[in-house]
Design a protein around this ligand. Structure first.
Ligand SMILES: NC(=O)c1ccc[n+]([C@@H]2O[C@H](COP(=O)([O-])OP(=O)(O)OC[C@H]3O[C@@H](n4cnc5c(N)ncnc54)[C@H](O)[C@@H]3O)[C@@H](O)[C@H]2O)c1
Length: 560
């Protein structure tokens, strides 16, 4: 084990460096922060004062405690002041030459056994280490933004890193009250590698007109329960930073999942870098503000109320029951046909029919006293097209093709797919899969009905997985691939995503929660289904293995 770390240096007191200084000082370490000139040093002191003031006002620190924290911090402009520190964390801008300059200068200043760490998000630690005379003392120490809040620190080792150094840094991270994940050097490490595959897939949906800006973010924040939608997150990170990190990851993976997006490059070239410039995917009140401003892409209000008071539900399972209750609670007159094979004429006067039969149920079950009969969905939609009047919205809440049913019903402008998602901490989403000819009346009516039953509508093209399943399963499959490549284990990947990105659970906990067979089925469809043949989305062999052998990923036998 390396020597104890009690005095640390942090170089660069910008977004990350100032937060890292605070983390160290709040856990009792003596910290020397270095900036490039006196003006920036003063700005760094100001950031630390303001941040600890906020901690006091929120009751996380008392005034005496704040003074003790500030007394542990020295801010200087002289690198030489780091001569006696045990650890240096570099947090200067993401430019290799700058990192080499800093590490090269440290060679002549710090003691031989000082640990040298970089907070880089995307540069190779191996390459950074090549800029010092002591690569065995170098690790990555990747804090997440905001450093005082997010609990994860990725500790990145290279082939040359002394195991004692990695052990000492891991121990320090634990002493800081954070979660260390020790991994090898690879583009994007764990968190950004998985995050950027997902962000790129989401951005491509926007670029291809699959879904609109607001609906895309609602899908992932409300529908999947993530802390924020992908476009909001990219605007926060900075689109130039996203472009850069995306390039680094694509340079390593060469996967179509990471192919740089022309839309992102154009947005960056146009000077729209996200919140910091006041315009990115969204517009903000002013540069630096997080408050949205309307712009030419802001959707118009949902429109005049569509007269729709009566709803029909066809099917007898739990989904049908849930929908009936929700519609009734919202004040709709509901006609519930549990026997889908019976007479449908009672649906002649409703404004919306939702088919919600239990999928895969054996139609002969009725003969043996089982639930009411299930009907072939093609027949059902053909007949619904006849018994209901033009303008009545026809929807399936099952995973059928909306495009096929639109053709079969003979009323393509009225026919859609609905996908009811389980509620998350942020609410509930019902996705609406539309075809090219779905009418505006149908979409307006559905947005209003979905809003009235307490959920949020997300409208997208009717393609495999719509928005939420397509993005989640692609990301989950990517995590399984990372595991299969032995880059990181189940627990480390789950910890990284949960504590670094603030997701409600890690990918492997999520796969076990959804069911690996279900994830596999969607992954298979995504690679060959209605989104076109996309071999790079093919299920990971390890996912198939877990399904065939019925192994969970988390806990017990499935743990890797
Ligand atoms: N911003 C994030 O969300 C985030 C998250 C994780 C990691 N990172 C990584 O952290 C590092 C810093 O990013 P940031 O967002 O804090 O950048 P930043 O631009 O906000 O801060 C960098 C600071 O370094 C200072 N600096 C530049 N050269 C210096 C020198 N020679 N000596 C001392 N100070 C110097 C600058 O004046 C500036 O204050 C980058 O490698 C970045 O990839 C950023």
């Amino acid at each position: 084990m390396d020597r104890a770390i009690s005095r640390v240096g942090v170089i660069g007191l910008g977004t990350m460096g100032a937060g890292i200084v605070e983390v160290f000082a709040r856990s009792g370490l003596e910290v020397i922060g270095v900036e490039s000139n006196e003006e920036l040093a003063e700005r760094g002191r100001g950031i630390l004062q303001a941040s600890t003031d906020r901690a006091v006002s929120r009751g996380k620190l008392d005034e005496a405690g704040q003074q003790q924290v500030l007394d542990r911090i020295t801010v200087t402009t002289r690198l030489d002041d780091l001569a006696r520190v045990d650890l240096v964390v570099e947090a200067v801008p993401e430019v290799m030459e700058l990192k080499h300059e800093v590490f090269g200068a440290l060679d002549g200043i710090v003691g031989e056994d000082t640990i040298l760490a970089s907070n880089t998000s995307s540069l190779s630690i191996t390459q950074i280490a090549a800029g010092t005379a002591r690569p065995e003392r170098v690790v990555g120490m990747h804090f997440f933004n905001p450093a005082p809040i997010l609990k994860l620190v990725e500790v990145i080792t290279t082939l040359r890193t002394d195991p004692g150094v990695a052990g000492a840094v891991r121990g320090l991270v634990q002493d800081l009250g954070k979660r260390p994940v020790v991994i090898g050097d690879r583009a994007g490490f764990v968190a950004n590698y998985l995050l950027f595959g997902y962000l790129n897939s989401a951005m491509r949906m926007l670029e291809h007109g699959h879904v609109g800006r607001e609906d895309l973010d609602t899908a992932m924040r409300v529908g999947a329960g993530l802390p924020m939608g992908p476009l909001t997150l990219m605007d926060l990170i900075g689109l130039d930073v996203c472009d850069h990190i995306g390039d680094v990851i694509f340079g390593h993976s060469r996967s179509p999942l990471h192919t740089p997006s022309a839309m992102l490059q154009q947005t960056v070239t146009a000077g729209r870098l996200g919140r910091k410039t006041g315009r990115g995917f969204y517009s903000y009140e002013r540069p630096g503000s997080g408050t949205l401003a309307e712009d030419e892409l802001t959707p118009a209000p949902v429109g005049d109320p569509v007269p729709l008071d009566a709803v029909g539900v066809v099917g007898a399972g739990p989904l049908a029951e849930e929908l009936v209750t929700r519609f009734e609670d919202a004040g709709y007159a509901v006609t519930h046909l549990t026997d889908a094979a019976g007479d449908l004429s009672a649906l002649g006067s409703v404004g919306l029919v939702v088919e919600a039969q239990e999928e895969g149920e054996d139609p002969r079950a009725e003969e043996s006293g089982g639930p009411a009969s299930v009907r072939d969905v093609d027949d059902l939609f053909a007949e619904l097209g006849e018994v209901t009047s033009v303008g009545t919205v026809l929807a399936t809440a099952n995973t059928y093709s909306g495009v096929a049913l639109a053709a079969i019903s003979g009323r393509p402008e009225d026919t859609v797919v609905l996908r009811v998602h389980a509620p998350t901490a942020h609410g509930q989403v019902i996705e609406v899969g539309r075809t090219r000819v779905t009418s505006q009346h149908t979409l307006t009516a559905l947005r209003q009905v979905i809003g009235r039953i307490g959920a949020e509508a997300v409208v997208c093209k009717d393609r495999t997985g719509l928005v939420i399943d397509a993005l989640l399963v692609t990301y989950l499959n990517d995590a399984v691939r990372m595991l299969d490549e032995s880059y990181a284990g189940v627990a480390d990947i789950d910890t990284t995503i949960k504590y670094g990105l603030g997701y409600p659970m890690g990918p492997f906990a999520m796969i076990d929660h959804i069911g690996a067979d279900e994830v596999l089925a969607i992954a298979e469809e995504l690679s060959s289904g209605t989104s076109g043949c996309q071999p790079h989305l093919a299920p990971s062999p390890l996912l198939i293995e877990h399904v065939l052998l019925d192994l969970p990923f988390t806990g017990g036998a499935g743990r890797a």
